[in-house]
Design a protein around this ligand. Structure first.
Ligand code: SF4
Ligand code: SF4
Ligand code: SF4
Ligand code: SF4
Length: 442
């Protein structure tokens, strides 16, 4: 079974490239602990195979009234067939006669074979026993203690490490059922107990991260918390005893949380059937509660006057855009716009019946015009910029082929880069207004 499990794990690792993009110390530690249990078990069995003391204990239990000749015959047979290494004084060379071996085989088949497997079935321990006989025979006690202590340590560590999923995954499945869609729809699917069990049920297999819709964002930004498997671990730390993250870890957690598109792919593919969708909603609420709301919420705190000043600052080089030419800097981007307002007409945001007027303060065609006229400050302060769903309808329908949605994306990135750069320069305080200590943003 162990060999089968190792084979499956190895095939999975080799066949599925990039199965897991990050590994932690705990992953290596868990593998090491399991490896120690397996290796010490194999070595212990190997040592027992060549241990005369183990043989004597077994013979006393199952061959209770042996005569000396019978014991010698049995020893000779086991030494020949099982590779047992007896001290020379108890097994002289002349004991290995064909008659003795036949007698030993009969006794063994009568008393030992019914519950003792042939050495060939121990296909790992038997070769090991040949390797370290006769010295291995003296290691039986030490190997027994090593094996038992490793098993006990693994049991004691079970509630604190990733192996806890052995218990929590079945409990989670009982709570949520096998169908993730059904799980999400159930009224109790969001219960705190189900969430707590879900956090512990993760095996860190990485399947969700392989299928994550925003994997390209991780490849560009390298923030591990963008990957669902890593975000879940951070959530577990946050829900843990101390419940504290460093400011940098909190910022990464928030970035990972709000990059998520809530596409639900991770929930559908998770083999532990964790309701990840529900956990992501909770994680976003928690990030906001801890002072790291969605980027757009933070950026909207700036008033138009701040954006006007920021827009005048030298444009920072944004790490995600550095490799691609800027649409905003190219006059050709907007040259063909005839202000027909088709882009605004097809925009689903402008069709929402109850949307407050302040949220649609500037329309897509007006935004294109503002940027064309060099009024990026006005464009950056528009609430609508952050309400756009990036559905690309405007771009698809524009009769002039203007890349409307791409421009909106670039404006968002520009706003973020400018705020980050100004914050790094100490020009903004934590609330998103010009710092009184720093004076005006130049
Ligand atoms: S959340 Fe599910 S799919 Fe993702 S790493 Fe954990 S067990 Fe694997
Ligand atoms: S719901 Fe979020 S974390 Fe899950 S696959 Fe979609 S984008 Fe990735
Ligand atoms: S961007 Fe296209 S659709 Fe929008 S106003 Fe200009 S030409 Fe019309
Ligand atoms: S991409 Fe944004 S601006 Fe364009 S149609 Fe969709 S929501 Fe409206």
């Amino acid at each position: 079974m162990v060999a089968l499990g190792l084979g499956i794990a190895l095939c999975r690792r080799l066949a599925v490239r990039d199965m897991r993009r990050t590994s932690r110390f705990e992953d290596a530690f868990t593998l090491g602990l399991i490896g120690l249990i397996i290796a010490s078990g194999f070595f212990l069995e190997g040592a027992k195979m060549v241990s005369p003391a183990a043989f004597d204990r077994m013979a006393a239990d199952y061959f209770p009234a042996p005569d000396e000749a019978g014991m010698t015959a049995l020893r000779a047979y086991w030494a020949t067939d099982y590779g047992m290494v007896f001290p020379v004084e108890s097994m002289p060379r002349e004991a290995f006669t064909p008659e003795n071996l036949d007698t030993g085989r009969e006794i063994s088949e009568m008393s030992c074979a019914p519950c003792h497997s042939p050495p060939a079935s121990a296909f790992v321990s038997a070769p090991l026993s040949r390797l370290f006989a006769p010295a291995g025979a003296g290691l039986v006690d030490a190997l027994w203690w090593l094996h038992v202590l490793a098993c006990l340590f693994a049991l004691a560590w079970l509630p604190f490490g990733k192996l806890f999923h052995i218990l929590s995954t079945p409990v989670g499945l009982m709570l949520r059922g096998l169908d993730p869609g059904e799980a999400a729809a159930r009224p109790d699917a969001s219960a705190p107990l189900a969430r707590a069990v879900g956090l512990d049920a993760c095996t860190h297999c990485g399947i969700c991260s392989r299928h994550c819709s925003v994997l390209p964002a991780f490849l560009a930004l390298h923030t591990p918390e963008i990957l669902p498997s890593e975000k879940l671990l951070t959530m577990r730390r946050l829900a843990g005893k101390s419940g504290k993250l460093t400011p940098a870890a909190l910022a990464a957690f928030s970035e990972g949380g709000f990059v998520c598109t809530e596409c639900m792919r991770c929930t559908v593919v998770c083999p532990s059937r964790i309701n990840l969708q529900d956990l992501w909603l909770v994680s976003k609420r928690e990030a906001a509660r801890l002072g790291h709301p969605e980027l757009s919420v933070r950026l909207r705190r700036f008033g138009p006057e701040v954006w006007e000043r920021l827009a005048r600052r030298k444009r920072p080089v944004d790490r995600t855009l550095a490799a691609s030419p800027s649409l905003l800097d190219n006059p050709e981007t907007f040259a063909q716009c005839v202000q027909c307002s088709v882009c605004t007409g097809v925009c689903p945001i402008f069709r929402l019946p109850d949307i407050p007027a302040a949220e649609v303060d500037v329309s897509p065609h007006q935004l294109m015009n503002l940027v064309r006229m060099g009024l990026a400050g006005h464009a950056l302060s528009a609430n609508f910029l952050w309400n756009c769903t990036t559905c690309y309808k405007c771009q698809e329908h524009c009769p002039q082929g203007i890349r409307v949605a791409d421009v909106l994306y670039e404006l968002r990135n520009l706003a973020h880069a400018k705020v980050e750069e100004a914050a790094r320069a100490g020009l903004l305080d934590g609330m998103g207004t010009p710092s009184p200590d720093q004076g005006d943003v130049p």
